[in-house]
Design a protein around this ligand. Structure first.
Ligand code: F6P
Length: 528
């Protein structure tokens, strides 16, 4: 395409939203008018399904749930007055709680104010709060936030190590919709133990954000924790950033949560319009469909040119991949859907993997996230007439151009600056794009059956570990791996048995492995 045609295509496809100062450019995706026309009926269906979802239809048929994250930022569209009141009451309670914590009205037993937050959660109960903290927390926030988002003992130690002298002024937030996720439970138990070791009662330092009736809610109530906030049944984990899950930690850090909700609401209004060219989420979904042929054949590389948006790709990874990565479509056909998402930030990645993007296997499309404002203050010149921000901007344009010249497609999302409002808008944009795309490819975006398999397998490994420990205690002689597997009633599981004893031995857990590590048949296991 020559320069003039490309410029025309840019103008034809550039979406602008004046209120948000937002732009979306899909002109560098090489679809043609025929493709757009072919997609029209699919989009009509997607818009209709989305309207039903927003009106309260059971949009997650497997779990029999409504999908209501859009109501969180505009309670007027909640399907009934009870839901509306629940959302408004929760928001009010969040504001009140944050104010009381900031003013010291709610304080820890041994200090005038809380200084730090320790957020314990995983997946949708961590990624949004982590992304938002990185994007929006000021350099001296009202409270500093720390995260435990895994069951890695070293990671837990590292975080607790940072808080060693501040546990007495730390507010722990346990976030889990189900209230039973093992990684989160483990983090909570270890943090509670740390309080006990420091001779501090943990209940006046703990709050819970969880589903109604969960084990976690019951624990928080019976142990008299400081507060509990609800995670509504109709909000899925990966779309929960604008529920209490994201709003409580954000408000505590001093981030303007009303502006986050306002930005999301404005974007929701824009992405509700049932007209492809006037709807930025639909344009994104169109571009994704085109890129991957409706089958996820190309990966989505997210490249924000702004350090504070570093965690956006990680946040989107769950939102997109847990929503779209499905084996079956809504009719039960095996389809193996999904779009792989990865990314980090520009221009940093230009010196890492952009080489492959430019010249290597063309199995991706890029989404550039451009932020127009460089910084609050005036920028010094790094060369006559040129600032660091000019470089960042130039590098983005240059990379986009270089990729296009080598037949690599890209989308560019532009926001004026990184603010609570624009971050709320970005979250809403991608939530909607995922929802629309799911209808285009006929899948349920709101369940995650695949995650259960790994959880069940992990539980049976821990069960096997108990059987092994018992078998070793009952044996008075060293056992080969096969003998141990048989003694543990798991003769088919020798490999799992080997991995369990190797892990126990490495951690001085009363198990010794003897023999040549490369001769597994000859290894002998004893209990100490
Ligand atoms: O909030 P919960 O129930 O602890 O779940 C955490 C995450 O685990 C998942 O269920 C997947 O395992 C996610 O969908 C969810 O965000």
């Amino acid at each position: 395409m020559d320069a003039a045609t490309l410029w025309q295509r840019y103008q034809d496809w550039l979406y602008t939203h004046d209120g948000l100062g937002f732009y979306l450019d899909i002109s560098r995706m090489r679809f043609d008018d025929r493709f757009v026309a072919e997609m029209k009926p699919k989009f009509d269906k997607a818009f209709a399904e989305m309207a039903k979802l927003e009106a309260g239809a059971i949009a997650n048929p497997d779990e029999g749930r409504m999908v209501g994250h859009y109501w969180l930022r505009n309670t007027d569209i909640a399907p009934n007055s009870q839901l509306k009141a629940e959302i408004n009451d929760t928001l009010e309670a969040i504001h009140r709680f944050a104010q009381d914590i900031h003013s010291g009205t709610i304080k820890p037993p041994n200090a005038p104010k809380f200084t730090d937050i320790l957020s314990i959660g995983i997946g949708g109960s961590a990624l949004g709060p982590e992304f938002v903290a990185e994007a929006l927390a000021s350099s001296s926030p009202q409270l500093n936030i720390h995260f435990i988002d895994n069951t890695d003992p070293t990671g837990i130690d590292r975080t607790l190590g940072k808080l060693k002298d501040k546990l007495h002024t730390t507010l722990a937030i346990v976030i889990s919709k189900s209230g039973g996720t093992p990684e989160t439970r483990n983090g909570m138990v270890e943090v509670q133990a740390a309080y006990q070791a420091a001779n501090l009662p943990y209940s006046p330092h703990f709050i819970a954000i969880t589903g109604h009736g969960s084990k976690l809610e019951k624990m928080a109530e019976s142990e008299n924790w400081l507060a509990t906030f609800p995670m509504h049944d109709w909000v899925g984990g990966r779309t929960s950033e604008l529920s209490a899950v994201g709003l409580v930690p954000a408000a505590l850090q001093g981030i303007d949560i009303d502006q986050m909700l306002a930005g999301a609401k404005e974007m929701d209004e824009a992405t509700r319009i049932p007209e492809l060219k006037q709807n930025p989420a639909a344009l994104l979904a169109l571009a994704w469909y085109f890129a991957g042929n409706g089958k996820g054949e190309k990966d989505m590389v997210i490249l924000p040119y702004k350090d504070s948006l570093l965690l956006f790709s990680r946040y989107l990874q769950q939102l997109v991949m847990e929503s779209l990565g499905k084996e079956k479509d809504l009719d039960g056909n095996t389809v193996y859907q999904g779009i792989a998402v990865y990314g980090n930030k520009g221009s940093t990645d230009q010196h890492a993997y952009v080489q492959q993007l430019r010249e290597g296997v063309p199995n991706f499309f890029v989404t550039f996230i451009e932020v127009l404002k460089d910084r609050d203050q005036e920028s010094p010149e790094v060369e006559p007439g040129v600032t660091s921000g000019d470089y960042l901007s130039g590098l983005l344009q240059g990379t986009r151009q270089a990729l296009y010249d080598n037949n690599r497609d890209s989308i560019t999302v532009t926001i004026p600056e990184v603010t609570p409002r624009t971050v709320g808008a970005l979250i809403a944009l991608y939530e909607r794009a995922v929802g629309l795309y799911a209808t285009l490819v006929n899948i349920n975006a709101y369940h995650q059956p695949g995650v259960e398999a790994g959880k069940k397998a992990a539980a049976s490994i821990l069960q096997l570990q108990n059987q092994i420990v018992q078998a070793l205690a009952e044996s008075n002689q060293p056992l080969s791996l096969a003998e141990l597997a048989a003694a543990a009633n798991a003769p088919e599981e020798t490999e799992a048995v080997y991995k369990i004893v190797r892990h126990l031995a490495a951690n001085n857990r009363g198990v010794v492995l003897q023999g040549d590590a490369s001769q597994l048949q000859q290894l002998k296991v004893t209990g100490e």
